[in-house]
Design a binder for this molecule. Structure first.
Ligand code: HEM
Length: 228
């Protein structure tokens, strides 16, 4: 319920921000997936095309602005999620031995905070491995047609040649898949975008997206691991 604490402080405002940032993060995921599929579909000159693509994505001014929005959205989504989960836990009167929750809501919807937390831990490890290296690390560089690029491709492939790292991604993508399974349609509901005809379609699209996007994300490290 709104407590009149303005644009960020009330729990209603937190839910709206979670919904809006969540939808933005899903949009990022689809674009990010398309870029990363190059890793397994890229053909003979995949190293050069991936490194040129990465250079463009980290230096083109408009995309840099979108990146800052992305970092802010991740932080806002995570902080609001943690605050709301703690408020919900505190508001729960007693811990029922059997609360029949399964009859009222799906497993994913009851475990959104845990699934979100696993995803957040994944994002921190993931950004340390690639984003940090790209921006602040000391990657090898080389020239492509007079253009100096950092060799992000080689450290990305090397990371997935380790079994534990590939397993980490598959586990994290499973958690993210369940998070999106409920999260996509939940965002529409929070925003009040309900419609007798379109809501079932939104639910179907959310489920399809979670399986396809997270499934393809998980396939990338598996293929690289098996191809080494
Ligand atoms: C196979 C799966 C994935 C691969 C190979 C991959 C690869 C990469 C690489 C190479 C970068 C560094 C490029 C850069 O700095 O812009 C990056 C950045 C990033 N990745 Fe991933 N990624 C994967 C999945 C994911 C997933 C599932 C998420 C979110 C849940 C994610 C979130 C991010 C974020 C937030 C950044 C920073 C983007 C930016 O600076 O604009 N990635 N990823």
């Amino acid at each position: 319920m709104a407590t009149g604490k303005g644009l960020f402080g009330s729990s209603l405002a937190r839910k709206y921000w979670m919904a809006l940032t969540g939808l933005f993060l899903i949009t990022f995921l689809i674009v990010h997936l398309a870029g990363n599929l190059q890793l397994i579909l890229g053909g003979d000159d995949v190293k050069d095309s991936f490194n040129l693509y990465s250079k463009f994505m980290t230096t083109f001014p408009l995309i840099k602005i979108v990146s800052y929005l992305l970092y802010a959205s991740i932080v806002l989504h995570a902080v609001d999620g943690i605050v709301l989960a703690r408020q919900n836990a505190a508001a729960r009167p007693t811990k029922y031995v059997k609360n029949n929750a399964g009859a009222n809501s799906g497993w994913a919807s009851r475990n959104m905070a845990l699934l979100g937390l696993i995803t957040l831990i994944f994002i921190i490890i993931h950004m340390k491995s690639f984003w940090y290296e790209m921006h602040f690390g000391s990657l090898d560089t080389y020239m492509i047609d007079g253009d100096e690029v950092k060799d992000l491709y080689s450290i990305t492939v090397a990371a997935f040649e380790q079994l534990w790292y590939t397993i980490l991604y598959v586990v994290a993508m499973t958690a993210l898949g369940f998070h999106l399974w409920h999260g996509f349609q939940s965002a529409f509901q929070t925003m009040g975008w309900n419609h007798p005809q379109y809501t079932p379609i939104v639910k179907g699209v959310g489920k399809a997206l979670s399986v396809i996007v997270c499934g393809l994300f998980a396939i990338i490290p598996i293929v690289i691991y098996l191809q080494q």
